[in-house]
Design a binder for this molecule. Structure first.
Ligand SMILES: O=C[C@H](O)[C@H](O)COP(=O)(O)O
Ligand SMILES: C=C(OP(=O)(O)O)C(=O)O
Length: 266
């Protein structure tokens, strides 16, 4: 079992009585596209926006992200609307660059055990204590996940959020199998907040609301939800992204469930 250190409860909304939503497009595609989603997120009173700048694509011919241009878009929109920004760092060589633009750094499922990347992110965030949202790998065990947290927190940044995003099983009806039990298990074994990415396991937007409600009911501290102004035209993961209108309805429903639990959706 992991010897991950017990961490203080991080700031930025992870306070036990809140459910933080990290919403935004899979990929940042243009200023207009990102702004449309960001304005929806801001109107709903949420605090964070996500977006992919460097995309981990299965096929090298698929859209790879706008790179630094996307980071610039995220920073300017985040500052204009007062939103915190979250994006994935795919490569150790990009850590400083990404860190200089955003408020939260994401480790994607494909880099679950990229130990040199984890160490580098730990070093880069040692002083800033920026949030690191660390996703579970497709075939990652929970004890491997908790063990690897020590690569991230070794330099002193305990502001880590563990994100369950679905694992590979024999089932093909969904893109991945959401391991909802990971939420209470992580709560039992660690003090890090648990996020549930409900978009990637669903793979289809009509399943996203059910998974989101299940995650809230299971005690998730935060949710990741992909939102795009025009999902059929998205450059990545169109089928699983909600429209802003669908997202608004879902946030209102989640607020009703959260209220029953004495929690606030932020
Ligand atoms: O978030 C986007 C990821 O890059 C994506 O899930 C990978 O999808 P792909 O297999 O279509 O590249
Ligand atoms: C690529 C992403 O997710 P994952 O690493 O879970 O596939 C993402 O959130 O953009």
């Amino acid at each position: 079992m992991s010897e991950a250190k017990l961490a203080p409860i991080p700031d930025l909304g992870q306070l036990g009585n809140t459910i933080t939503i990290y919403a935004g497009p899979c990929s940042v595609e243009s200023q207009e596209q990102f702004d449309e989603v960001a304005e929806c997120v801001s109107d709903l009173g949420l605090r964070w926006i996500r977006g992919g700048a460097f995309k981990p694509r299965t096929n090298p011919h698929s859209f790879q992200g706008l790179g630094e241009d996307a980071l610039k878009i995220m920073k300017s929109t985040g500052e204009r609307l007062g939103l915190l920004t979250l994006t994935e760092v795919m490569d150790s060589a990009h850590c400083e660059l990404v860190h200089s633009y955003v408020d939260g750094l994401q480790v994607g499922a494909r880099n679950f055990q990229n130990f040199s990347l984890l160490k580098k992110i730990g070093q880069v965030t040692a002083e800033s204590h920026k949030m690191v949202l660390y996703k579970r790998g497709f075939a990652g065990l929970i004890d491997e996940w908790l063990a690897a947290c020590d690569y991230l927190n070794d330099c002193g940044n305990e502001n880590i959020v563990l994100c369950e995003r679905g694992i590979r099983t024999f089932e093909k009806a969904t893109r991945f199998t959401l391991d909802i039990a990971a939420v209470p298990v992580i709560h039992k074994l660690s003090v890090y907040p648990v996020c549930v990415d409900v978009s990637h396991p669903a793979g289809q937007r009509d399943l996203v609301p059910s998974l989101a409600k299940a995650a809230v009911a299971a005690g998730a501290d935060s949710l990741m939800i992909e939102v795009h102004p025009n999902p059929p035209a998205a450059l990545s993961d169109g089928p699983q992204q909600l429209t802003p209108a669908q997202f608004r309805v879902l946030v209102e429903e989640l607020r009703e469930i959260a209220a029953v639990l004495g929690k606030e959706v932020v």
